[in-house]
Design a protein around this ligand. Structure first.
Ligand code: KIV
Length: 272
C-alpha cells in the first residue's frame, strides 16, 4: 500500500509530463472540503479536482449547470487548506469559460484560492481560451469525450466517440488542446480503444473516467469511490473502493494502488 510521507515533494505541473514519460500512472479524485482533502493527501493521491460534479453530489442538482464561480472558489479554498502534496485543479463551471476574458477572471480567483490548474470542457472556441490562460501563466487541464456541461445538446450522459467520424474528431480535438497549451487531458466515457489511441498520440498525460485502462491516469468522483448514493444512475465505470478498503483512507489507498498496478479499470468498468 502507498503511504505518503512528509518528505515527499509536492506535485507540480512539470511533474505531470515526467510521470507520462516514466510510465507512472497518475491518480486523481474529486474533492469538495478540507477534511477529505487531508485524507487524500496522506493516501498519496496525485491530483485533486474541485469538480463541478459538486452540483450533483454535494448540492443535489440533476446536472452540473447550476454551479457558479463562487461555488467553485469557495470549495477550492476549503480543499486547498487540506492539501500539502497533491496538485489542486479547479473546474471552470458552466459559462465561466464562455469567453477567454471571463475565463481569465474566474481562473485568477481559483488560483488565488489555492488551485494550481483549471479545467475546462471542450475544444472548438475553447482553444482560444486555453491559449489565453496558458499565455497568462494559468495551467490548463482540458476535458473531452462526455462533457457534462453539454448534457442538453447531447441529450443525456452517453458514451462519446463511437463511429469513425466521432473518433477522428475526438483525436483531432485532443491534438488541438495539446497544441493550444493544455498540460493534462481528461477523457470521459469514450471507448477504451479510442482512449488508448489518443493517449498514444498526445504527449500530455490523459486521465480517464470510463475510458479504459490505457490512459496515463484515472479519476473518480469521491462519492462514487465511496459507494455513496447521490440519487443518479451509477455509471458502469464506477467501483466502490470502500468495500475493499474498509475505511476512508483504505478506500483511497486501494484506488491509488489499483490505478498504479493497472488493475483498475477492468473490462467491466470500460466501454467498447
Ligand atoms: O466535475 C467533475 O467531477 C469532473 C470529473 C468527473 C472529471 O469533471
Amino acid at each position: 500500500m502507498y503511504a505518503a510521507t512528509a518528505r515527499e515533494k509536492p506535485m507540480t505541473v512539470p511533474a505531470l509530463a515526467d510521470a507520462k514519460r516514466d510510465g507512472r500512472k497518475l491518480v486523481m479524485l474529486t474533492c469538495y472540503d478540507a477534511g477529505f482533502a487531508r485524507v487524500m493527501d496522506a493516501a498519496g493521491i496525485d491530483l485533486v479536482l474541485v469538480g463541478d460534479s459538486l452540483g450533483m453530489v454535494v448540492q443535489g442538482h440533476g446536472s452540473t449547470l447550476p454551479v457558479t464561480v463562487d461555488d467553485i472558489a469557495y470549495h477550492t479554498a476549503c480543499v486547498a487548506r487540506g492539501l500539502s502534496r497533491a496538485l489542486l485543479i479547479a473546474d471552470l463551471p458552466f459559462q465561466s469559460d464562455a469567453s477567454a476574458e471571463i475565463a481569465l477572471q474566474a481562473s485568477t480567483r481559483f488560483l488565488r484560492a489555492g488551485a494550481a490548474m483549471v479545467k475546462l470542457e471542450g475544444a472548438g472556441h475553447k482553444l482560444d481560451t486555453i491559449r489565453h490562460l496558458v499565455e497568462r501563466e494559468i495551467p490548463v487541464c482540458a476535458h473531452l469525450g462526455l462533457t457534462p456541461q453539454s448534457v442538453l445538446r447531447l441529450g443525456g450522459y452517453k458514451v462519446q466517440g463511437r463511429g469513425e467520424d466521432a473518433a477522428e474528431k475526438l483525436c483531432a480535438d485532443a491534438r488541438a488542446v495539446e497544441r493550444a497549451g493544455a498540460s493534462l487531458l481528461v477523457l470521459e466515457c469514450v471507448p477504451s480503444s479510442l482512449a488508448a489511441a489518443v493517449s498514444e498520440e498526445v504527449s500530455i498525460p490523459t486521465i480517464g473516467i470510463g475510458a479504459g485502462p490505457s490512459c496515463d491516469g484515472q479519476v473518480l468522483v469521491l462519492h462514487d469511490l465511496l459507494g455513496v448514493d447521490s440519487g443518479h444512475r451509477r455509471p458502469k465505470f464506477v467501483k466502490d473502493f470502500l468495500r475493499e478498503g474498509g475505511s476512508l483512507a483504505g478506500a483511497m489507498q486501494a484506488f491509488a494502488a489499483a490505478v498504479r498496478d493497472g488493475s483498475f479499470p477492468a473490462a467491466e468498468h470500460s466501454y467498447e
